[in-house]
Structures are given as structure tokens and as C-alpha cells.
Ligand binder design. Structure first.
Ligand code: PMV
Length: 330
């Protein structure tokens, strides 16, 4: 095999944002906004990257110089995957082409998606059989190398897909069975509506902000994380039972805790308030906060009203399907 194409889904955090960085569980769902990577063996000892989504059209690097020269900001994850892979294996020249089906602005996790897609492609091309857990560990190390912080929940979503009960660093990765999960095309009477604030959040900054808060008052923040953990466990049960009303209420409870952590924003608050007033069962921010997306659980009757309310409040409704398939060879 000389060429391979792998696609990976994006993600949305449903419950447990931030506390999952501190050895607690979260619930993450993959989304059908996919990321594609094509890797091809080429002659010579060069890595060629074409990533038009981040404005890179023909980037070249000598594979013998990986790790020696400066890493291009837009290609941090690509370069560290390649560096890690080549550090333990011999392999020839490669050409990498990436394609986003979603903008990296929306917070659907393009960094994790590229890391997983490229890593899977390289192992396949080299003919190495690797379990999902080993691949997770490889990718999580890359993410930590690049951004220093993170639970790895986004790596798990890109790799496994579906809806996952996930504990920090992949200590637990358990699929939650949510048939016909809350997508606007499912036959279920309820859905999750996703609203984008229009603001790109900087996840590492917000994670460090929470770390700082915890340093000042460890007891209070640990207690807050413990309360979030209780909410996550209840949410798992409510999703398994398809009790969407309860899931919505638990989103509201989770949002209160995220506000205590100081990671919500005026824009998120406005969209969340608008969704609740329009009849959503509940709503919360998704991910690090400070911008990106919010979620609301709605039913058939309230869906249109909630979507309109989100738009009227300045948000953009993202029509995504949750629970998409994990990394796959195309
Ligand atoms: O901002 P996002 O969508 O990448 O989500 C970050 C979620 C955190 O829990 C804040 C960090 C993490 O790595 O789990």
C-alpha cells in the first residue's frame, strides 16, 4: 500500500468540561463534521504537507531534521505526530494532505482529529497493527507535547466515535448506548441543538485559568469538580434511559458549576438564556468556554423556537449529527 485516506469525526463535550482534566469523568459525543487526511509514500527523505484549511499549500521538511528546526505553528500537531512516529521507526518520504469539513474556528476539535487521522494513516501505511488504546496513548502524548494540557477526550472522540463516558488520559473509555442519538434527523422526539457564539475560544488559556483558580482555593474547586462528577454520572443514566428532559435539567446544573469556575461568557450566557426561555429542557456551554459552542436539549415542539431564539440572540445554529463513526479508512 502506498497511499491511504483516513477520516475522523469532530466532537462536542456534553457533560464534565474542565473537571475531566482532573481525573474525573466526562461525556463526549462525536459529530459528523469530519476531517480527512491522505498520506502517500514518496521518493526521497522529505515530508511534504498540503493543508489548505490552515493556509499551507506546499510545506517541505527534511525528515532527518525533524525536531531540529522550528515547528510551523499551523502544523504543530502534524509535525509532532511525524516526529514521534519516525523517532522509533524507519520510514521513507511522505506527502500529507489534509482537508477540514469544518472550520477550526467552531471548536469541533480539529487538532485532535488531525492527530488521530494522521497517526492511524502512518501506522496503517507502515503495516503496523495497533490497538485503539495504544493509538490513543500515542495521540494523547502528541497532544500533551503540543499544548501541555488536556484530558484527551477529543482524541478519544476522534478515534472511537459515538458517545463516550471518558476519564482523564483514557483511564476509562466506555461507549454509552444512545440509539438514534439526539440528531435533528433521528426519529427520537428530542434533539440537541448546537449554537455557535462566533467567538473562537482558546482552550489552553481557559484550562490554565481554572488551574490558577484551583491553586488559590483547592478545596472549593475540588468540591465543585466532585459535584460535576455526580452530574456526569446522573447524565450517563439519563442518556441511557433516553430521558431527555432529565438530561436537559442536568445540563442546567452543569452550567451553574461552569459559571462557578468562571469559564462562561456574556455571549454564551445570552445564547443559553435564549434557549431556555424558548422552552429548551436545559442548556450549557460545551468545551472550554469563553466562546465556541453551547448546547440545548429540546423536543419536537420547541426545536424551531429554540433555534430561532439562538439566532436572534446572535448565535449561529450548527446543524450537526452527534454520535458519528470514529476514525475510519476511506
Ligand atoms: O475547548 P474544547 O472544545 O477543546 O474543550 C476543552 C475541554 C476541557 O475539559 C476544558 C479541556 C480538556 O482537555 O478536557
Amino acid at each position: 500500500m502506498n497511499k491511504i485516506k483516513v477520516s475522523t469525526p469532530g466532537k462536542l463535550m456534553l457533560f464534565g468540561d474542565h473537571s475531566v482534566v482532573y481525573n474525573r469523568p466526562c461525556i463526549v459525543a462525536s459529530v459528523d463534521q469530519r476531517f480527512e487526511v491522505v498520506v502517500e509514500k514518496i521518493k526521497g527523505k522529505e515530508m511534504v504537507v498540503q493543508a489548505p484549511g490552515v493556509g499551507i499549500y506546499d510545506y517541505r521538511k527534511d525528515l532527518n531534521k525533524l525536531g531540529e528546526t522550528r515547528i510551523t505553528k499551523e502544523l504543530r500537531f502534524v509535525e509532532v505526530v511525524v516526529r514521534e512516529f519516525y523517532s522509533k521507526r524507519t520510514f521513507g518520504g511522505i506527502k500529507i494532505k489534509t482537508k477540514n469539513h469544518f472550520s477550526s474556528e467552531h471548536g469541533f476539535g480539529s487538532s485532535a482529529a488531525v492527530t488521530v487521522g494522521l497517526s492511524k494513516a502512518l501506522f496503517e501505511l507502515k503495516g503496523i497493527k495497533i490497538s485503539n488504546k495504544k493509538l490513543f496513548d500515542f495521540c494523547y502524548k502528541v497532544v500533551l507535547d503540543v499544548q501541555g494540557v488536556g484530558s484527551g477526550f477529543d482524541v478519544a472522540a476522534a478515534l472511537y466515535g459515538g458517545v463516550l463516558y471518558f476519564v482523564t488520559g483514557g483511564r476509562k473509555i466506555e461507549k454509552i448506548k444512545v440509539p438514534n442519538f439526539l440528531t435533528s434527523e433521528s426519529s427520537e422526539p428530542s434533539y440537541i441543538v448546537v449554537g455557535y457564539t462566533g467567538i473562537k475560544a482558546d482552550t489552553p488559556t481557559l484550562v490554565r485559568q481554572v488551574a490558577e483558580l484551583k491553586r488559590h482555593d483547592p478545596e472549593k474547586i475540588e468540591k465543585c469538580f466532585d459535584e460535576i462528577t455526580k452530574i456526569v454520572k446522573k447524565a450517563k443514566i439519563s442518556l441511557e434511559k433516553k430521558d431527555w428532559k432529565r438530561a436537559g435539567e442536568l445540563m442546567n446544573e452543569n452550567q451553574v458549576k461552569l459559571e462557578e469556575l468562571g469559564v462562561s461568557s456574556v455571549e454564551l450566557d445570552n445564547l443559553i438564556k435564549a434557549a431556555r426561555e424558548a422552552g429548551a429542557y436545559g442548556a450549557k456551554l460545551s468545551g472550554a468556554g469563553g466562546g465556541d459552542c453551547m448546547l440545548a436539549v429540546v423536543n419536537k415542539k420547541t426545536k424551531d423556537k429554540v433555534e430561532k431564539a439562538i439566532e436572534d440572540a446572535g448565535g449561529e445554529v450548527m446543524r450537526v449529527k452527534l454520535g458519528a463513526e470514529g476514525a475510519k479508512i476511506e
